[in-house]
Design a protein around this ligand. Sequence first.
Ligand SMILES: [Zn+2]
Length: 189
Amino acid sequence: MGDLEYKCRRCGNVVSSQRYISDRFCPHCGTFLSPRDRLRHWMFQFNSAMYAWFDWIKENMETEQWLTSRYARRICTGDKVVIWASGEKAGVYAIGEIVTNPTKRPLNAEQEKYWTNKEDILKFLEKPSVIIKYSKVVIDRPLLEDVCSKDPVLSDMAVLMQPQGTNFQLSNAQWHRILELIDSARPRG
Ligand SMILES: [Zn+2]
C-alpha cells in the first residue's frame, strides 16, 4: 500500500515505502525498519465539568495542549485529531492536527485557569502531552452523539463503546465519515 511508511524504532527516522523497497535499514543508524501507517487519526475527549473547553476555545482558537495518557508511543506529529465533548451535549466540536510529538511538559499558563481541579494540571507533569493546531472549530454546528450512534460507520467508535479516558483511536473510515458529516452540516439557529 502506498499509504504505508516505515519507521526506525531506534532513532525515529521515517522513510517512504519506495525507499524501503530499495533498503530495509534505517539510512541514519542502520536499524531494521518497521511499518507505520502514514497518518493516524485520534479522538481526544474532554469533560466540560473538569475543563472549560468551550470558554477556552472562544478565546483561543488556534492551538491547545492536550494530555496523551494513552497511545503516547504511537501518537505523532501530523496525526489528525477529533475533539469530543462528553456529557449532555456530547459530540464532535473541533478538528485539528498534532504539531508536536508527545513529551512531558508542564501545562502552559494560559490554559491553567480553565481547569476546575489543580490535580488535573499536575497530570501534565506525569504524562506526556502534545500541541494540537485546530483546522475547524464547529461549536455552532457540532456533530452530536445521537447522530454518531445511529450512523453505520460511527456507531462503533471507541468513545461510544468505552467512554473512559482522554485518547481514543479512530479508524480511517470513521475519520472520513466525521469530516463528511461536519462539512455537510449547517450552523444551528
Ligand atoms: Zn535509525
